[in-house]
Design a protein around this ligand. Structure first.
Ligand code: UT7
Length: 324
């Protein structure tokens, strides 16, 4: 018998304001057609003025707790993946803790940009397997609209705001790949690629929060190989193959990257959860958002084998194999 980190609840929150591609046609030399064909994005949500990342994270956490049928008093800790925190410190995690009325447990943030949720899940998994905690909230939450350069058409049309959350619980498993829960993970980073995707500000450089800068095409060329590679590595760790995967639940940066990765894995698109058209790229929030949408739409069912993969600034990339 061995411990497994099993998902017992999932939820998400998207800000009310929906911005269609056509909005950008008013201020930029761009078209709905270009954005749709190059990225698959049709609309995205933007947080309201004054609405922060922790506000979104709290709403997603509440939805996940409700879905799990438990209260915040039954959670031992909170792990938040974000690159757009409310403040430099304290962590968004502690703000969520306060927002949920928790006066116990621990909370912290993980920062691995678009791969953040994969890193957060892997961290939470280790804590549950080691006995550090019995039940954790794992949240991906972002307000990337706050770090857009609204004059840069090559980036500002791609990103959106939102949050998704999971409740993860340590349960007994058999120790083989038929168990429910997180079965394997693979993490990677390579700091030599820093210039491909970064924010040009920070506490110890210029004291500003900065704007997102991306060499989209260069990153695009890295993405498919690295994503298919990490997926293969994670599956292999637990003796599974591409064909065993019921659903790919990928990071939602670009439909062409999603399609290219699925093709490389030999998995048809009707076994991929796609939300990029509605959410844009929400960085660390995109995978838990897609999981939540995948479950509420009735596609993802108990016992399904899921493969999530993501790549982003760092570069940092990785994958998690999870039986729902
Ligand atoms: O989540 C983190 C990871 N992020 C990613 O993985 C993003 C990876 N990259 C991408 O998704 C794609 O590279 C983009 C969607 C960013 C761009 O697509 P692309 O097919 O790689 O286009 P490109 O950058 O090669 O640009 C093609 C043309 C350029 O014009 P020229 O130089 O060919 O005349 C751009 O200036 O498209 C132009 N362009 C635009 N045109 C209209 C760039 N942005 C726009 C725009 N509207 N918004």
């Amino acid at each position: 018998m061995s411990k497994r980190a099993v998902v017992t609840g999932v939820g998400h929150y998207l800000p009310d304001r929906v911005v269609p591609n056509s909005e950008f046609e008013k201020t930029l030399d761009t078209t709905d057609e270009w954005i749709k064909t190059r990225s698959g994005i049709e609309r995205r949500h933007f947080a309201a003025e004054g609405q922060t990342t922790s506000d979104l994270a709290i709403r997603a956490a509440q939805a996940a707790l409700e879905n799990a049928g438990i209260g915040a008093d039954q959670i031992d800790g909170i792990v938040v993946a974000t690159s757009t925190p409310d403040l430099t410190f304290p962590s968004v995690g502690t703000m969520v803790q306060r927002g949920l009325g928790m006066e116990h447990g621990f909370a912290f943030d993980v920062q691995a940009v678009c791969a953040g949720f994969i890193y957060a899940l892997t961290t939470a998994n280790s804590m549950l397997l080691s006995g550090q905690a019995q039940r954790l909230l794992v949240i991906g939450a972002e307000t990337f609209s706050r770090i857009m350069d609204w004059t840069d058409r090559s980036t500002c049309v791609l990103f959106g705001d939102g949050a998704g959350a999971l409740v993860l619980e340590a349960q007994d498993g058999k120790g083989d790949n038929t168990d429910r829960g997180i079965l394997a993970a693979d993490l990677n980073s390579d700091g030599r690629y820093r210039e491909m995707l970064f924010v040009d500000g920070g506490v110890s450089t210029n004291g500003e929060s900065g704007k997102l800068r991306m060499q989209g095409n260069a990153l695009f060329r890295q993405a498919v190989d690295k994503l298919a590679g990490t997926a293969f590595t994670a599956l292999k760790k637990i003796g599974l193959e591409d064909d065993d995967v019921d659903w790919i639940v990928p990071h939602q940066a670009n439909i062409r990257i999603i399609q290219g990765t699925a093709r490389k894995m030999g998995i048809p698109m009707d076994r991929v959860i796609v939300t990029v058209q509605d959410h844009g790229n929400t960085s660390a929030a995109s995978i838990p958002l897609a999981l939540s949408v995948g479950v509420s739409s009735g596609k993802i069912k108990r016992g399904d084998l899921l493969l999530s993969e993501a790549i982003g600034g760092g570069l940092a990339w990785g994958s998690v194999v999870l039986r729902w």
